[in-house]
Structures are given as C-alpha cells and as structure tokens.
Design a protein around this ligand. Sequence first.
Ligand code: SF4
Ligand code: SF4
Length: 296
Amino acid sequence: MKELVVISGKGGTGKTSIVASFAALARDKVLADCDVDAADLHLVLNPEVERSEEFKAGKQARVIPDKCAACGRCLELCAFEAVSFDGPGTEAVAKTCRIDPVACEGCGVCAHFCPAAAIELEEVVAGQWFVSRTRFGPLVHARLGVAEENSGKLVSLVRSQARRLAAEKGLDLVVIDGPPGIGCPVIASITGASLVLVVTEPTLSALHDLERVRQLTGHFGIPTAVCINKYDLNERLSRRIERIAAGLDARVIGKVRYDNAVTRAQLMRSSVVEYTGGLVSSQIGELWREVVCALG
Ligand code: SF4
Ligand code: SF4
C-alpha cells in the first residue's frame, strides 16, 4: 500500500485545495485529513459520517467525595497544584478535596497514595474521529477538543484507521492531508510514508519552511517532492526554490499558477479540478501524474 502525505511548512500555502483536487483525480484510494487542529478538507468533500468514535487520550483524576477522609495527602503530593480543599462536605467531614480538571496532568500520584481509595483516574475524551463517505471515496477525519494537546496521537490514529480501511476495501493508496509545521503532528503523519509532497509558495518564509521540512523528511529517509503553488506571483523566487529543492534532493515536480478560481471553487465547496477546466486545473492534473510516477 502506498501512502502520499501532502504537507506544507506552514498554513495558507493552498495545501488543502491541492489535496481536494487529488481526491477528485485519484482512483481507488482512502482519504485522510490529518490536519486535526484545523481540519478543513471536509468543507470541500462534504462528508456523510458513517462511523463516529471518541478519541481518548490521557487520564484525569477525580475525587469521590463520599470516600474522601479529608486527610490532605493528595493536596500535599500533587506537583501540579491541581488539588484544593473546596469539595462538597459529607456526613464525616466538612469539606472534601476537589481536583481541577484543567490543572490535573493525570500522573496518578494522588490516586496511588490516597489512603481511602477516594480518587479515580478516568480516561479523557479529547476529541472524535470519523469514517465518512464522500463523492470521491472514503474519508477518515477527526476533530480535536478545544485546548487539547494530543494532536500527534490523533494524527497517528487517523492514519492507522485510514490504512486499515484501505486494506479492508482492497485499495492500495492512502492520500493524506497533513498538518502544517514541523512539530509532533507532522512527524506522526509522515513517518514511514511512501512519498511526502511539500506544497510551498514563492516567499522567503515559505522557502525557509521548505528547508526545515526537508530536513525533517530527510531525517526519516522519506522520498520528498515539491509543488510550488502560486509560482507566478514571484517567478524569480520560484526558480530559486527549484534550484534549492533540487540541491536538497526534493525535486519540484509541479508548479501551479495563482488563480482566483481556487477561491471561487472553495466558496462553492468544490475542488478546483471539478470547478474549472482552466490552466490551473491542467497544472494540478500534471502535478498529479508526476505524483503517481514518483509513488512508483
Ligand atoms: S488523599 Fe484521599 S482521602 Fe485524603 S484528602 Fe485526598 S482524596 Fe481525600
Ligand atoms: S493525577 Fe497527578 S496531577 Fe492530577 S491531581 Fe493527582 S497528583 Fe495532581
């Protein structure tokens, strides 16, 4: 099974609109939106959710007031200052301990040492993940809860579910919309992939991002190719990016022009290649053919 991961050094390079067009062009694949912090592929693909599951990550402590003897041991031991003595009173004590769910890191020390076994560790629901039907085939996607920090784990989950689904359906390609940046979620989305396509644009900051992303993919030994989106906004810089990318063993395999049709397509909740048969669509089509060749 081949896995294509499309990433960019930062948001706003047009990565998702390229992936949406790939969704329209690729046959026999499973799609995965691993940009779990800012998932927006669904806006174009308009998925019908077929399966929805909770994403549990980490633990959180909770005091059972009726059991609490108000000994103060948990208050003393918690290194995260998550415990306070302002829980409800019981028949036995005037006040019980209470744990602040935001401050609690789920280390479990309080539960381990509580002499009354009054503290439970519960799994935290940190988001949801979905398997959906789209007009271009199955999509695995997710939603991370507000202020949750487990996006790397959720990315790994979405990716493994997409692979499992592809195997079940006998499909041999997974197309992944990866997260931006070079942090933990990106690493979770690219390790072991068949090909990483970096979508960049002709700006100096995007060039620096490309260099950092290439360092990362090089570190994991993942074949990497580059697409310069909106290349005609600065053709000189685009040529420089081509030279630098070649030097980094990450060939530019496609260049896509700036075109208002991209925004219009988004407004219509459509991929560019569905929306227009113009030059921008043929450039994305050529890019896709190059990707297929690079996937081997
Ligand atoms: S250690 Fe247990 S019994 Fe003591 S205050 Fe904390 S929750 Fe209550
Ligand atoms: S689980 Fe750890 S962080 Fe949470 S209240 Fe207990 S000791 Fe503090």
